[in-house]
Design a protein around this ligand. Structure first.
Ligand SMILES: Nc1ncnc2c1ncn2[C@@H]1O[C@H](COP(=O)(O)OP(=O)(O)OP(=O)(O)O)[C@@H](O)[C@H]1O
Ligand SMILES: [Mg+2]
Length: 414
């Protein structure tokens, strides 16, 4: 289908506005595309799955989102950025310095974080609705957030979500255009980038921020890095009151301390805890679902993984189930718990082989070792004999016969 990107953007808007009816029509379109263009059908399918996830969002969403966005628009100055606005370029290479994401093209769901952190982030946004009151007591909403943490935990996703909630275009700095080997050019590009962002009402997003905000004492690149960081500091100061600035890095220890201080919110996204991993699993596994013990088993197996790792694991699991698990593509076929459990275990083993050091070493050793050792570990983790049997693919009596130690908790919920 021609202009499929536009169709996809429109589909996203329609799903945001009236999910059930739009979803029905898009399912029809997907069925038609399956005949002619499998790649496009797949993209639409993924959008629909995400749409279904969105429907599970609290009803607060739409009203609250609109009033936050209106308030932010009222308080932030600048011209309106449109798809036809000319973008800034590097003078020597003509490479564009930015990439713009308009809010319609950004997914609505927030990253899955701990409840406390999600509430704190909601507060950052809700401040805009109280901006006048804040002004009266001499303060204002946060406008400069640094997001830091290990790879794959949702930093970029959080930045996009904030722009979406503010309904502002997200002006993303392009490092390939921005960073130049010509002396002085990177600093000049940073100036042009901020001039552009300050002119329009937008969120400026500096992803992989350490590339331009490294400590000025870096022994190898002293002259140039000093120039770049000084220009960045000036630009950050000059952006005061002009718009929202976000930066993300997974090397926060490399950042120049003066740059670090320029941010009024510094959000640490760590690796997800067990509860958050449970929520990530529930989200990614859709349209399939996990039973109680399977979910706890995967929470245990994924300890130490990022959200992106969990997503990749579940994706691999879905592929494995279609190839080897006897389920149809929608996973509708019901199978007994032990067969399901064994399939999940085999899927984890396969993914461990193909994903290089993804699992925590102790988890990998147990998953890839003998059934007996895994069985024992699960019993020690408070899985019941029945649950352990189901997960390893043995009957409860086989588990109790093979079990090495008698003092495990049995039959509490299995
Ligand atoms: N907390 C999360 N909630 C929901 N999805 C997540 C989360 N963390 C990661 N993901 C999934 O992993 C993908 C990659 O996440 P993202 O790019 O935001 O990570 P990042 O922290 O920016 O990583 P990097 O440091 O490598 O840039 C997301 O698009 C999303 O599908
Ligand atoms: Mg990122």
């Amino acid at each position: 289908m021609e202009h499929f990107d536009i169709v996809l953007a429109l589909s996203r808007i329609a799903l945001d506005a009236d999910a059930p009816r739009a979803a029905h029509q898009l399912e029809r379109l997907k069925a038609l595309l399956t005949e002619t263009d499998k790649e496009q059908a797949g993209k639409l399918g993924r959008l629909l799955t995400k749409g279904a996830r969105r429907q599970a969002m609290a009803p607060m969403a739409l009203e609250e989102m609109r009033s936050t966005a209106e308030a932010a628009r009222r308080h932030l100055p600048g011209e309106t950025l449109t798809p036809s606005t000319p973008l800034p370029h590097d003078r020597e290479t003509s490479a564009p310095l930015v990439n713009i994401q308009f809010p319609e093209g950004i997914e609505t769901e927030p990253p899955i974080l701990t409840e406390r952190l999600s509430a704190a982030i909601d507060d950052l946004l809700n401040e805009w609705q109280r901006a006048d009151e804040l002004d009266r007591i001499g303060t204002r909403p946060h406008t400069r957030c640094l997001i830091f943490g290990p790879p794959g935990v949702g930093k970029t996703k959080l930045a996009h979500y904030l722009a979406k909630r503010l309904e502002l275009p997200c002006v993303e700095a392009r490092l390939d255009g921005l960073v130049s080997s010509f002396l002085g050019t990177t600093a000049r590009n940073i100036g042009s980038l901020f001039d552009f962002a300050n002119r329009y009402r937008c969120v400026l997003f500096l992803d992989e921020f350490d590339a331009i905000a490294k400590a000025r004492d870096d022994a190898q690149e002293v002259g140039e890095i000093k120039r770049v960081v000084n220009s960045l500091l000036q630009s950050l100061d000059g952006r005061d009151g002009k718009g929202f600035t976000l930066a993300a890095t997974n090397h926060e220890h490399l950042l120049d301390t003066a740059v670090w201080r320029r941010f009024d919110a510094r959000i640490h996204l760590g690796l997800p805890d067990a509860e958050t991993r449970g929520k990530l699993l529930d989200t990614f596994v859709k349209p399939l679902s996990l039973q109680g013990a399977e979910r706890r088993f995967l929470q245990w197996a994924t300890e130490g993984m990022s959200g992106a790792d969990v997503e990749a694991l579940i994706d691999a699991g879905k592929r494995f189930i279609v190839l080897h698990g006897g389920a149809d593509a929608d996973g509708r076929k019901r199978r007994d718990a032990a067969t399901r459990g064994r399939t999940i275990l085999e899927a984890l083993r396969r993914h461990a082989l193909l994903s290089g050091r993804l699992f925590r070493p102790d988890r990998a050793a147990l998953l890839m070792g003998s059934d007996e050792a895994l069985m024992q570990a699960l019993l020690n983790e408070s899985f019941t004999q029945q649950e352990t049997g189901d997960l390893v693919g043995l009957s409860q009596s086989q588990v109790s016969r093979r079990k090495a130690r008698p003092e495990t908790r049995a039959g509490t919920d299995g």
